[in-house]
Write a protein of this length. Structure first.
Length: 137
């Protein structure tokens, strides 16, 4: 299993909308960056992803699970980009802010800090555990 971080502007697609999508989940589409698209292609069924609210909030608000591996993104008229389907798993009672992530030296290597514009990025297991623990403190 691998771990990822997916960014979405909450006024476009929020964790609450993801939860409302129910058991069938929803496509994670609209990604037009080649590095982010490559990351989508690397995702496997049952991989877990942090759900990050970007621009508004700038915080990890929950977890989703990949339920369908990559396929052609129906919102891309060129047919070059892909989507995956993700299903709501949990919402954090205490979101983990970007500010708090930046304060933790053990997380300074994350793409979230180093490549702040990247919308789909891998997260190593140690960082996954740290961030999950931060959501409980």
């Amino acid at each position: 299993m691998k771990y990822w971080l997916l960014k979405s502007e909450p006024n476009v697609w929020s964790i609450d909308q993801q939860k409302k999508a129910g058991i069938k989940g929803a496509p994670w589409d609209g990604v037009r960056n080649y590095q982010a698209a490559k990351n989508l292609k690397s995702m496997k069924k049952d991989d877990l992803c942090f759900f990050y609210h970007s621009n508004i909030g700038k915080e990890i608000v929950g977890i989703v699970k990949v339920t369908k591996e990559y396929y052609i993104d129906k919102t891309d008229k060129t047919g070059r980009f892909v989507a995956v389907t993700v299903q709501f798993k949990s919402k954090f009672s205490k979101p983990v802010t970007l500010e708090n992530i930046k304060k933790n030296k053990d997380l300074s290597h994350l793409a979230l800090i180093k490549q702040s514009r990247l919308s789909v990025m891998p997260v190593d297991y140690k960082s996954w555990k740290i961030i999950n623990n931060m959501s409980r403190i």
